[in-house]
Design a protein around this ligand. Structure first.
Ligand SMILES: *Cc1c(COP(=O)(O)O)cnc(C)c1O
Length: 448
């Protein structure tokens, strides 16, 4: 950070020509960009060899470290065979194999895969499929959607309809046809004497009321199973998903599971929904599915939904396409990722890692300036206790900067600090990450 003068000249040029995402560009007058030269395992390196532990998996996408030798080898092999071919009228082995293996992971229940490149598009595909399904069945009035308070499903215009983030609502609300927003089962909402299960049941009964009055107009409800990521790692009891499945069945509403962040083992099972012992009507996957290598997203759905589109009439077909639909390189990266899950018994190894990390972070459970220390699978989070609103507003940026000084890449969401590391940390890296996270937290809290 301090060697700004020795940086390659393209770092400063970045601010002129590159419009960075999720960024007020003016902040970079004070905060320098971090140039990345290469990555290895959980570490990112700059041009001078300064390293940063990628404790948020580069925005939740990386599963098995940077420059993973096995994923690299698969991609090099694929590169010499086929980089891309259109998927309308054509097919290729990687996309077929990936679809079959994902279907198998759902016990064959979600046996049809539709492909796109980013998470927001997968969400839009699921919304469109649900709407079009009801239309094809003659239920044209079913065209509304439901999402949870604090939900995040992406930032394209269609995905923002079901994203409940105030900042986006304020900026883009007038462009959008809003969905119904219902109570979140966020366990932090527990009142005196309530358990997480009580909160989940309370949230489910609110949904039941909405369904009783409006289900004839509602196509689908979309949720982030078990953990609402962008809401600040809001975790909830699986019983909520069970209740949701029952209510959706009873009222004939589709259940869309947005597993873009929580899928691929992040919550402890391959799909988060498995922990509630349910299957939704649609699962959206992206982020980790390509191991964090290439843009890839997909929607998995059931045969009865697929059959509602199967017809001679083009207008009954699902009308959606992207130029890079089913890109073979991205599919090969995904297949290599699934291979690692199988060969390395990743879900089991992650359970062992999680116990170590939770132990190492245990002082946070009783820390006077932290509350709601929580964990599910390979996600840890806690909320900083800050009374002053102005200080709360700068907490995230201060923490990010202080963490970089201690070789950590961490970006709190508001006042929620979270860890979402790749599934490759060894014991030493677990200790390092836990102790430095706590040191950064103390430093930032004591300096205000
Ligand atoms: C990241 C994310 C998305 C959007 O994915 P993009 O690839 O960024 O468009 C949607 N839903 C959830 C739950 C996410 O975490």
């Amino acid at each position: 950070m301090s060697e700004a003068n020795n940086q390659p000249d393209w770092v400063a040029r970045s601010l002129k020509s590159v419009w960075h995402p999720c960024t007020q560009m003016q902040h970079h007058e004070a905060v320098p960009l971090v140039p990345v030269s290469h990555g290895r395992g959980p570490w990112l390196y700059d041009h001078e060899g300064k390293r940063y532990l990628d404790a948020i998996s580069s925005w939740w996408v990386n599963l098995f470290g940077h420059a993973n030798p096995r994923i690299n080898a698969a991609l090099k092999d694929q590169l010499d065979k086929l980089e891309h071919a259109m998927l309308a009228g054509f097919t290729h082995e990687p996309v077929v194999e990936l679809s079959e293996r994902l279907s198998m992971l759902s016990g064959g229940v979600l046996g049809h895969c539709f492909y796109a490149s980013d998470g927001a598009s997968a969400v839009e595909i699921a919304l469109k499929m649900s709407f079009h399904y009801w239309h094809n069945l003659g239920n044209e009035e079913k065209r509304e959607f439901v999402c949870l308070k604090g939900s995040y499903h992406g930032e394209t215009v269609g995905a923002l309809r079901v994203t409940d983030v105030q900042l986006f609502r304020d900026a883009y609300g007038p462009m959008l046809q809003q969905a119904h927003v219902i109570a979140s089962p966020d366990a932090r909402e527990a009142k005196e004497g309530e358990t997480a299960i009580d909160v989940a049941q309370r949230a489910a009964s609110e949904l039941e009321k909405l369904f009783e009055e409006h289900a004839n107009k509602i196509a689908a409800i979309i949720v982030e199973p078990l953990v609402q990521g962008a809401a600040g790692m809001a975790m909830y009891d699986p019983i909520y998903l069970k209740a949701l499945r029952a209510l959706c069945d009873k009222h004939k509403v589709h259940l869309i599971a947005d597993e873009i962040a929580v899928g691929c083992g992040r919550t402890g099972t391959f799909f988060a929904c498995e922990q509630a012992d349910i299957w939704p009507d649609f699962i959206c996957l992206s982020k980790g599915i390509s191991g964090g290598y290439l843009p890839l997203s997909l929607v998995m759905t059931r045969d009865d939904i697929y059959q509602a589109f199967y017809d001679r009439d083009v207008r009954r077909a699902f009308l959606h396409s992207h130029s890079y639909t089913g890109n073979p390189l991205a599919c090969r990266a995904a297949l290599a990722t699934l291979d690692i899950f199988r060969e390395d018994d990743v879900l089991l190894r992650n359970r062992e890692r999680a116990v170590k990390m939770t132990n190492a972070l245990s002082p946070l459970a009783t820390h006077p300036q932290a509350k709601h220390f929580r964990q599910r699978g390979v996600i840890w989070a806690f909320d900083a206790v800050i009374g002053d609103a102005q200080k709360a507003a700068t907490f995230s940026r201060d923490f990010f900067t202080a963490a970089l000084e201690k070789e950590l890449l961490l970006r709190p969401i508001g006042t929620t600090v979270y860890l979402m590391p790749p599934y490759v940390l060894n014991d030493e890296e677990i200790e390092l990450l836990a102790s430095r996270t706590m040191a950064v937290f103390d430093q930032v809290m004591n300096s205000r």
